[in-house]
Design a protein around this ligand. Structure first.
Ligand code: FE2
Length: 422
């Protein structure tokens, strides 16, 4: 396959990209191609590496309204609601909903997802279901699973044993939820136990960490400490970190260098953070998302996750990582040119680094995974939630869509309009 006349996220234009045997073999202007090569004209549109989601819950997705909706809109009612739904789940329905979401993801150019899977269930039904889905979608979507003790590692009976069983079955990453344990001390203890388990097994860690408006929820400090102590540099991720929004500024000025030193990654979930945090506030209401630009400035890898789509916590979403990035940009006020580019990176290269994806990017030698966006730049893609014209995975076209264009009937004006700028 030869893609011609593409614009790349770094601003290069008129670029061709040659794909051979599932890999990118050449990138540059006016490349030739062997006879019989399929040629696709990118018409100057933006060719980007695929979107990556660093934080999702594929066991809960598309279950909105089962068995009822979240009336208060809070995180805690969402957890209670998920607890009501769990005994009613069937493997068949879990697999069907997850596969449908993966279809949406591919159509949106989202080709790698790290999903948490709840292990606080004697049957480990969701674990079995998502392992099956992972195998099934492997030819076109990289699904990474995190063993997530939703009801608390120490708070929920036998959660450690279930979590270990899930890892034995093939789940890839150690999860946690320290702010949901009964006390701060138990939260810290859970972080220690889980990091030691990850070190023993040679696995990464990705915890729901400090998803709270409580400025004294400081489990990220413990996670950074344990990552440093156990040599887990680059392998630990703190997801959410919303309490950091409310923390004392002096304390944060000490915390950020500790996180950078320990190589702990951070994941914000803009759509979910802006809707779930600040629910106990009157006015002014806190935004609650973690300190994204400050974390980035400290040299920490920061990704954005979708977290939820149509589930007990969030009644919206469609697997569109441009929507996630655009919300992150607004909430964090990252409106500068640099900030816009950083938000695009937060749903592409940064998430790829957090997931540890091999061969990600648009360089020769990388996997032939990419998405053609109806935009001229990453900033325009964010502004328009650009149409995904072409999605390619390992050199195969996975999805195609027509250019978005509206017929106009105005005297003296053009016959069609799109929303891009020349
Ligand atoms: Fe989550």
């Amino acid at each position: 396959m030869l893609i011609t006349n593409a614009t790349l996220p770094d601003g290069r234009t008129g670029i061709d990209l040659l794909v051979q045997q599932q890999h990118i073999t050449a990138v540059g202007p006016q490349l030739g191609a062997p006879e019989g090569t399929e040629v696709i004209d990118a018409r100057g549109w933006l060719l980007a590496p695929p979107f990556v989601d660093a934080h999702f819950h594929m066991d809960a997705t598309l279950s909105h309204g089962l068995p009822r909706v979240n009336a208060s809109g809070t995180l805690l009612e969402g957890i209670a609601l998920w607890g009501e739904l769990k005994p009613l789940l069937t493997q068949e329905a879990l697999v069907e909903r997850a596969l449908r979401y993966c279809d949406w993801a591919v159509a949106q150019g989202l080709l790698a997802i790290r999903s948490h899977v709840d292990v606080c269930d004697d049957r480990l039904l969701a674990v079995e279901a998502l392992l099956q889905v992972k195998r099934q979608v492997a030819p076109y979507l990289q699904l990474q699973l995190v063993a997530f003790p939703q009801d608390g590692l120490l708070r929920s009976p036998d959660a450690m044993a279930k979590l270990q069983r899930a890892l034995d079955m093939g789940v890839d990453v150690v999860g946690g939820i320290p702010h949901f344990e009964r006390t701060m001390a138990e939260g810290a203890e859970s972080v220690r136990l889980l990091c030691e388990l990850a070190a023993e097994r040679g696995l990464p860690v990705d915890m729901h960490c400090d998803e709270s408006d409580d400025p004294l929820s400081r489990h990220i400090e413990t996670l950074a400490f344990q990552a440093q102590r156990l040599g887990l540099h680059g392998r630990c991720t703190g997801s959410h970190l919303t309490s950091m929004h409310s923390m004392d500024n002096y304390y944060v000025s000490k915390l950020l260098p500790l996180m950078a030193e320990a190589g702990v990654n951070a994941v914000a979930n803009p759509l979910i953070n802006i809707t779930l945090q600040g629910r106990h506030d009157h006015y002014p209401k806190r935004r609650g998302m973690t300190r994204v630009p400050e974390l980035m400035a400290a040299g920490i890898t920061v990704g954005f996750g979708h977290d939820c789509v149509l589930d007990p916590w969030y009644a919206f979403g469609s697997g569109d990582m441009l929507e996630v990035a655009a919300m992150g940009l607004h909430v964090a006020q990252m409106t500068s040119l640099q900030g816009q580019r950083q938000c695009f990176d937060a749903v592409t290269v940064n998430n790829a680094r957090i997931l540890g994806l091999q061969g990600y990017g648009l360089e020769p030698g990388c996997r032939a995974d990419f998405v053609l966006l109806q935009a001229r730049s990453p900033a325009e893609a964010l502004r328009l939630r650009a149409a995904r014209l072409l999605v390619v995975g390992q050199g195969r076209v996975l999805a195609r869509a027509p250019e978005r264009c509206v017929a106009l009937d105005l005297p003296g004006r053009p016959a069609t309009v799109d929303f891009t700028l020349p």
